[in-house]
Design a protein. Structure first.
Length: 128
């Protein structure tokens, strides 16, 4: 956890300095998030984290410890989602589109590899 920005909440100078530091931190955070979202690798990592947070699924069980773990992960995912959208409003849509495109490309590559291993040529005819 970051250090307190003020030692004496009644000190106007400390409060002014704290506001400046807080503004700098926020500016740096937004810049960092934008840098991550600019790269395909960054977007893949962020999407993987969101998937692990299970934002887009239902709770796995009613058992207390499993539910607590699920809610903890989901809470982190919701925080990340809100942070992303605060910096880049269409970030989630872009992450979803990237994930769909990657899945389609992966499936096409798998089909091509399977066809090659089966001895099929590109034109759909067997090489026998």
């Amino acid at each position: 956890m970051p250090d307190a920005l003020v030692g004496n909440a009644g000190d106007a100078k400390q409060q002014a300095r704290a506001k400046k530091r807080q503004k700098l931190r926020l500016t740096q955070w937004r810049s960092d998030v934008q840098a991550v979202l600019r790269t395909p690798a960054g977007r893949r990592v962020v999407w993987a984290v969101l998937e692990q947070c299970q934002l887009f699924g239902s709770a796995p069980s009613a058992e207390a410890t499993t539910m607590a773990r699920f809610l903890g992960r989901r809470d982190v995912g919701l925080w990340l989602l809100l942070e992303l959208e605060a910096v880049e409003p269409f970030a989630i849509a872009r992450l979803k589109q990237d994930a769909r495109s990657a899945d389609a490309q992966e499936a096409a590559q798998a089909d091509q590899t399977a066809a090659h291993e089966d001895g099929d040529t590109d034109d759909g005819h067997s090489s026998d």
